[in-house]
Design a protein around this ligand. Structure first.
Ligand code: FES
Length: 140
């Protein structure tokens, strides 16, 4: 019998990401009770009043893009940069230069939900996964 889709997961308030900046998150996931938990590393990139999310895994070698916490963007905020070998990604996640040019980051479905006067960034979780209770900032 198929499992119902899990409830959406709150990531953070939109106000917690500065306009035209990006932040990293590690969302706790569990595939099934008793199994080892896994994490979903995300980059949330705020464009004005909208947001996009990608799996934080470079298509070149599968490494996280950042060396330092939340340092994902070029100085002008227009491009995600992989700190390992300099691949650059546009707002759609497409690699525009570097060793994985023509490849792309994996997009993740998120949306904004009104919470009183604020807006929450929410992840629509995939069926078959049951995430933990909280989100954690990826600052390490
Ligand atoms: S791992 Fe990202 S460019 Fe090489």
């Amino acid at each position: 019998m198929p499992k119902p889709d899990p409830a959406p997961l709150d990531i953070c308030l939109l106000d917690e990401i500065a306009p035209n900046r990006a932040r990293g998150f590690e969302l706790p996931l569990q595939s099934a009770p008793g199994e080892a938990s896994e994490g979903l590393p995300l980059i949330i990139w705020r464009h004005g009043e909208s947001v996009k999310a990608f799996i934080n895994k470079c298509p070149h070698l599968g490494l996280p893009l950042e060396t330092f916490p939340d340092k994902f963007l070029s100085k002008d905020g227009s491009t995600l940069i992989c700190s390992a070998h300099g691949a650059r990604f546009n707002a759609d996640g497409a690699c525009t230069s570097g060793p994985c040019q023509g490849d792309a980051l994996t997009p993740v479905d998120i949306r904004l939900e009104a919470r009183g006067p604020k807006r929450m960034i929410v992840l629509q979780r995939a069926a078959g996964h049951s995430e933990g209770q909280e989100t954690r900032n990826s600052k390490r």
